[in-house]
Design a protein around this ligand. Structure first.
Ligand code: KG4
Ligand code: ZN
Length: 351
C-alpha cells in the first residue's frame, strides 16, 4: 500500500542508535533501536567517545534495515529528520552528519528536531486525533521537565529540574545499591519486594506551586541512609536483602510522589484535562499506575506513551520532523548539533 508523508528519522543523542520510518507524523512503519547498554555497563554510565564510535558502526546498517522493514525506498521519502540536540555533541554529530549526507545525496529536505520536544509529544505516536492540549511530563536520564503541549510544534517549557534528572537519580541510587546499569529496571524490580513506606525520604517542593523539580536532596538522603550520615564516601553498610528492597521501594515512592503530584497540580492550575508522559523513566510501572490513578481522581485523562517510544527512539524524531516539514521549518545543510536544553524554548514560571 502506498503511503504519503513518509519521513526517515535518525536519533543518536546518547547511547541508543535508532532509525525509523513514520507516515504523516503518526503511523510508525518501522522503528529500530540498537542499544549500547552492554558497552557502557561496566562504566555505570555513558562514555561519550564509546557512544559516538558505536553510532558510526551501527547507524548506516540500521537505516538500511529500517527502510527495508518499512518497504520504503529513498524515493518514497519526503524528508530526513534528525535529532539536532540536546545531547552528547560527539554522538549527535554522527546522526547529523549522516542525515546531512543523505539529504544532500538523495535531494531530500533536512529537518532538525529537538530531542526533548520529541519526548514531550511522543504520546501522539499512533494516536488519532493527538491528545493536545496536554501537560507533558518528560522524565529521562538527562531531563526532567513539565511542558504545556498545545500542538506538535507548540511546546512550552513550564518548569524543570534544577539539579539531577529523575533518571540520573535512579541510576545513582542503583549504583549505590550495587545494582546494574541503567538502574531503572533494577530499582523497579527490587522495589517490588520492598515496603514503600519503610523509610520517609524527602519529597522536595512537592507542595510548591511552581513546576520545577530538585532530586539531589533525595539522592543524598538515600546515600546517607545507605552509608550512614556524613559518611559520603564510605562503603555500603551491610544491608540485608529486605533492607535493600525497602530502600529501593521507599526511594521509588518518593520520586513517583513528587512527579505525580507536581504533574497533576500543574494540569489543574492550567485547567488542562490531558496528561502525557515521555522519556525512559516513563516506562516505570509504579509511575504509570500512580499517575493513572491520580489523573482519574482529578477528572483528567492520562495518555500513556507505548514503552518502546518512551526510551530514546527515532520514531518520535520522524514524527516531529513531519510536522516541522509541513510548517516549512527546513534546516540548512550546514546544520550543526546543539548540546544545551531547548534552543527554541519559551520558559516561563508558573505562578
Ligand atoms: O529517555 P532515555 O532512554 O534516555 C535519555 O534521554 O536519558 O532514559 C533513560 C533513563 C535511565 O536513567 C534509566 O535508568 C531510566 O530511564 N529508566 C527507568 C526505567 N527504565 C529506564 N527508570 C525507572 N524505571 C524504569 N523501569
Ligand atoms: Zn531521551
Amino acid at each position: 500500500m502506498a503511503r504519503g508523508g513518509l519521513v526517515l528519522g535518525i536519533e543518536t543523542s546518547c547511547d541508543e542508535t535508532s532509525a525509523a520510518v513514520v507516515a504523516e507524523g503518526r503511523d510508525v512503519l518501522s522503528s529500530l533501536v540498537s542499544s549500547q547498554v552492554a558497552l557502557h555497563e561496566k562504566y555505570r554510565g555513558v562514555v561519550p567517545e564509546i557512544a559516538a564510535r558505536a553510532h558510526v558502526e551501527q547507524l548506516v546498517p540500521l537505516v538500511e534495515h529500517t527502510l527495508g522493514e518499512a518497504c520504503v525506498g529513498y524515493g518514497d521519502l519526503e524528508a530526513i529528520a534528525v535529532t539536532g540536540g540536546p545531547g552528547l555533541v560527539g554522538a549527535l554529530l554522527i546522526g547529523v552528519t549522516a542525515a546531512r549526507t543523505l539529504a544532500l545525496t538523495r535531494g531530500l529536505p533536512l529537518v532538525a528536531v529537538d530531542h526533548v520536544e520529541a519526548h514531550a509529544t511522543s504520546a501522539a505516536l499512533g494516536v488519532d486525533p493527538p491528545p493536545w492540549p496536554a501537560v507533558a511530563l518528560v522524565v529521562s536520564g538527562g531531563h526532567t521537565a513539565l511542558y504545556l503541549v498545545r500542538g506538535s510544534l507548540d511546546v512550552e517549557l513550564l518548569g524543570q529540574t534544577v539539579d539531577d534528572a529523575a533518571g540520573e537519580a535512579v541510576d545513582k541510587v542503583a549504583a549505590l545499591l550495587e545494582l546494574g546499569y541503567p538502574g531503572g529496571p533494577h530499582i523497579e524490580r527490587l522495589a517490588r519486594d520492598g515496603r514503600a513506606d519503610a523509610i520517609r525520604f524527602p519529597r522536595t517542593w512537592i507542595d510548591e506551586p511552581h513546576a520545577n523539580f530538585s532530586f539531589s536532596g533525595l539522592k543524598t538522603a538515600v546515600l546517607y541512609h545507605v552509608h550512614g550520615v556524613g559518611n559520603k564516601y564510605g562503603s555500603l553498610r551491610h544491608l540485608s536483602p529486605s533492607e535493600r528492597a525497602d530502600v529501593a521501594a521507599s526511594f521509588q515512592a518518593a520520586l513517583v510522589d513528587v512527579l505525580v503530584t507536581k504533574t497533576i497540580v500543574t494540569a489543574q492550575r492550567l485547567g488542562v484535562g490531558n496528561v502525557v508522559i515521555g522519556g525512559g523513566v516513563a516506562v516505570n510501572g509504579a509511575l504509570r499506575g500512580q499517575l493513572a490513578a491520580a489523573c482519574a481522581a482529578a477528572g483528567g485523562r492520562l495518555h500513556l506513551t507505548q514503552p518502546q517510544y518512551c526510551t530514546d527512539n527515532a520514531a518520535m524524531i520522524a514524527a516531529q520532523g513531519y510536522h516541522l516539514l509541513r510548517a516549512g521549518r527546513i534546516a540548512d545543510l550546514s546544520l550543526e548539533p546543539w548540546a544545551g536544553l531547548r534552543r527554541t524554548g519559551r520558559a516561563r514560571a508558573l505562578q
